[in-house]
Design a protein around this ligand. Structure first.
Ligand SMILES: [Zn+2]
Ligand SMILES: [Zn+2]
Length: 350
């Protein structure tokens, strides 16, 4: 690391000396810039928070009463000797890349991001930088996502078929981001939609932020007779519990699907005990990572979390400098250890 690096690794997290600030720190600090409200990036205990205005409601829904200053996307703020701005990352509502400028040098820290369209958040915006600090959750060539419209068509067809047979359809997915993206993407005319309480809490934060989602019910609110046509959206933890049994109808137990980028791998669905897997991720796939990196024009790329070795090798072969920050991101939501439990070795091209 050179002495004039704009972002360095400290025990508390990614640190910008010029602005005396941290990006998504994992230990309590004085000043935290938060890329998005997933638990591994937005933690409690910091004295002051800076995040996007679009993400304010979801951040407060997760962290409660915090001292929060917000910026519009693209708005610039001078902090110490650094100029800081936040740019859409396309990951979840309010998610941002952090751009830091100091003495003509520009560094961008991506947070988590995706390139694919998402009706519930602002689209990823490429930002030019000298150095790009990127996530790499799905940084293997095997990860290529189908078009989201095609996945939503599959989900609708599956729901319709189950409804015709009188069986409830349960989709397990992460309560923040994925759940709302699915709600916005499905055909709500097929039947009633039930959400788990954890999803409902975030739905309210989305609604307060102006994101339109279809009407939903809590499990306690729906009539027994309507269950056979219902789509149920719940976090994975709920789908193994007794909570799911209430959706059994005369036609049988509910069909249970899982929606995640990990469903791209054969065997992941089976090992999770799901009837069906939908490949829907809020992270960039391999081509998405490469196109995002190229669009920054960066000569140096530092990888924070995920499969960093294959991505670094690829970039180095193309003449870019690469590095790594050993972070504590990736411990929650879609990046969680379920991915590590999967045997992906058989499908990874050498
Ligand atoms: Zn995230
Ligand atoms: Zn992450």
């Amino acid at each position: 690391m050179a002495a004039d690096d704009l972002i360095v690794l400290r025990p508390e997290g990614l640190y910008c000396p010029a602005g005396d600030l941290f990006i998504d720190p994992w230990r309590p600090v004085e000043r935290a810039v938060i890329t998005h409200a997933h638990a591994d990036h937005a933690r409690r205990g910091h004295a002051r928070y800076l995040a996007t205005r679009a993400g304010e409601n979801v951040l407060r829904a997760r962290l409660g009463d915090i001292t929060l200053e917000t910026l519009d996307y693209g708005e610039r703020l001078r902090i110490g000797e650094a100029t800081v701005s936040l740019h859409p990352a396309g990951h979840v509502l309010g998610s941002a890349q952090v751009r830091i400028e100091h003495r003509g040098q520009v560094w961008v820290a991506s947070g988590d991001y995706k390139i694919a369209p998402d009706a519930t958040c602002a689209a990823f915006e490429p930002v030019r930088a000298h150095v790009f600090v990127t996530e790499s959750t799905f940084g293997l060539p095997v990860y290529r996502w189908p078009a989201p419209e095609a996945v939503f068509a599959e989900i609708n067809a599956w729901w319709r078929t189950n409804a015709e047979a009188g069986r409830a359809s349960v989709i397990a997915c992460y309560a923040f981001g994925k759940a709302q993206r699915i709600l916005a993407g499905v055909d709500a005319s097929i039947g009633p939609i039930v959400v788990h309480g954890a999803v409902a809490t975030l739905d309210r934060a989305y609604a307060a932020s102006g994101v339109a989602l279809p009407a939903t019910h809590l499990a306690t609110e729906i009539e027994r007779g309507a269950l056979g046509h219902a789509l149920v959206i719940a976090p994975p933890a709920a789908t193994s519990a007794t909570w799911i049994r209430r959706f059994t109808t005369r036609a049988g137990p509910p069909e249970i699907a899982f929606a995640s980028g990990w469903m791209r791998l054969r065997g992941a669905r089976r090992r999770g005990g799901y009837d069906r897997g939908f490949v829907l991720s809020d992270h960039a796939d391999w081509p998405g990572l490469l196109s995002a990196i190229e669009a920054t024009g960066a000569e140096r790329v530092i990888v924070t979390h995920g499969y960093e070795a294959p991505l670094r090798r690829y970039l180095e072969e193309r003449g870019l400098q690469s590095g790594r920050f050993e972070t504590q991101f990736g411990g929650s939501e879609e990046e969680a250890a379920e991915g590590e439990a999967l045997d992906h070795s058989a499908e990874v091209s050498p």
